[in-house]
Design a binder for this molecule. Structure first.
Ligand code: SF4
Length: 468
């Protein structure tokens, strides 16, 4: 197998990269790291010509790594390749620990790589200190962040079964919110997103207005584009508020699981009050306004058999952009996964058959990245703690988990880009927190990753098959 990539020291801006029978995973990674170092120093001037020569290599894992490297398109950053390779190593280790723990030698080899290279960004930064300007170093080593979620309150009128946000008296104050907005604008990205989240963020409508004024002011000053997003249960969405959000170009994510039976089963109110008629009425207002929005429905192993019925209910009510989120932190067995696929096929067929309705399943859009369990978003909590959001979604003890997934305090953060994460980092962090402290979670994490990967392939295939 000969592809073009080559590293073995630099020659005229190219590297030669040969893997031979004396190499093992560790030496492979050493060579990759050497290349990553050059990449970080040279940036766009870095050209790689791979030439992976796999002479007499028997090690299956090493072959797989070479295959990943060979298939990687160098359009993005070389650093992304390193992340992909490490992701594979971590995934293999987790799967072996789960399904073949007796393979101790194999596990040990994977561990050695993870122990030595998981913090490779810091190692590279240290090794080349002074050779590259600080800004360039950051942009070459980190992918940058373009989105920040602000959790305005822990209060909510509902008590959804799958919700992991702890409900207690806590609201964000203006100072913390403004610091969070300032931090978002330290990003190197041109297009930014600020998402208002909770609890129920509409309980803090006046605070949202303050934030919007401030964020729009900085957006103008810095000449960066800003997309404002509101995730809401819709109970407090009045006509006046809707026109305010429309005026400020908001995108609304309206959470509703489906018909009244499902909604009342999974999304009970805090005090037993009937909120469903209000939500229905407010959803009608949203449909009539021309504000961009989509509905988000959460499906659990318990409600999955009703997914198609609920989807149709939403369509009949006039919704045309619908996102379906499978619940994270739950184990999806074969039976539930098959049911999920069966229901999704029905949905995709319905969309195709009724193409004149223009229904869009948001899950099939490119912006949606599976497995979702690894898409940790930076979230600023009411008290200013910035944490990785998805980690917390997997367990009910919000406060304990928040501690484990803390990134930094908003007051101390200087440049948002250096907190950017990727699939490998998020997985590694999850494993550290869950698998080491609560081994039972290994099964759920691996399951949620495999479900996400599977759905990704399935939805891509289904999109081609069922869309016109
Ligand atoms: S509406 Fe949102 S914040 Fe409130 S309980 Fe449900 S999922 Fe949680």
């Amino acid at each position: 197998m000969v592809n073009k990539i080559c590293l073995d020291g630099m020659k005229n801006g190219y590297f030669e990269f040969k893997i031979d029978k004396n190499d093992n995973m560790k030496t492979f990674f050493k060579k990759i790291m050497e290349a990553a170092k050059y990449y970080t120093i040279l940036g766009n001037r870095f050209l790689i010509d791979y030439n992976i020569i796999l002479n007499d290599i028997e090690d299956k894992e090493l072959k797989k790594l070479c295959e990943i490297a060979s298939n990687f398109l160098l359009k993005k950053s070389f650093i992304n390749l390193v992340d992909n390779l490490l992701f594979y190593v971590l995934y293999r280790r987790e799967v072996l620990l789960l399904r073949n723990p007796e393979k101790t030698r194999e596990i040990e080899k994977l561990n050695e790589v993870l122990n030595e290279f998981s913090n490779y960004r810091e190692k590279i930064a240290k090794a080349i200190k002074g050779s590259v300007k600080k800004d360039e170093l950051t942009s070459r080593l980190y992918n940058g962040i373009d989105r920040l979620v602000v959790l305005l309150t822990h209060s909510c009128q509902l008590r959804c079964k799958y919700c992991r946000v702890k409900k207690f008296e806590a609201d964000m104050n203006e100072d913390i919110l403004f610091d969070a907005i300032k931090l978002l604008f330290t990003s190197s990205k041109k297009d930014l997103q600020l998402q208002f989240f909770g609890g129920e963020p509409l309980l803090k409508f006046e605070l949202i207005k303050e934030a919007v004024d401030y964020a729009e002011y900085i957006s103008k000053k810095t000449k960066k584009n800003l997309q404002l997003i509101l995730t809401t249960n819709g109970i407090e969405l009045t006509a006046d508020r809707l026109s305010y959000f429309n005026k400020h170009n908001f995108l609304i994510e309206f959470s509703i699981d489906g018909d009244i039976e499902t909604q009342l089963r999974t999304r009970k109110s805090k005090d037993g009050k009937d909120y469903y008629s209000i939500v229905k009425e407010n959803l009608n207002k949203v449909i009539k306004s021309d504000i961009p929005y989509y509905t988000i429905s959460v499906v659990t192993p318990e409600t999955v058999s009703k997914l198609y019925k609920n989807f149709k209910y939403l369509v009949e009510k006039g919704h045309r952009r619908i996102q379906i989120n499978y619940s994270l932190g739950f184990y999806w067995g074969t039976k539930e996964t098959n049911e999920l696929v069966k229901q999704l096929i029905k949905i995709m067929s319905f969309i195709k058959k009724n193409s004149e309705l223009g229904i869009e399943l948001v899950n099939t859009q490119k912006t949606r990245k599976e497995p979702v369990v690894l898409n940790a978003e930076l979230t600023v909590d009411c008290d200013g703690t910035i944490y990785l959001e998805t980690g917390i979604c997997l367990e009910e003890d919000f406060l304990k988990m928040k501690k484990n997934f803390k990134v930094i305090d908003v007051l101390e953060a200087k440049n948002i880009d250096i907190y950017s994460t990727n699939r490998f980092n998020n997985f590694y962090r999850l494993v550290k927190v869950y698998a080491e402290q609560y081994p039972g979670f290994r099964k759920i994490i691996v399951n949620n990753i495999e479900l996400g990967n599977f759905l990704d392939r399935f939805l891509k295939g289904a999109k081609n098959k069922y869309e016109n």
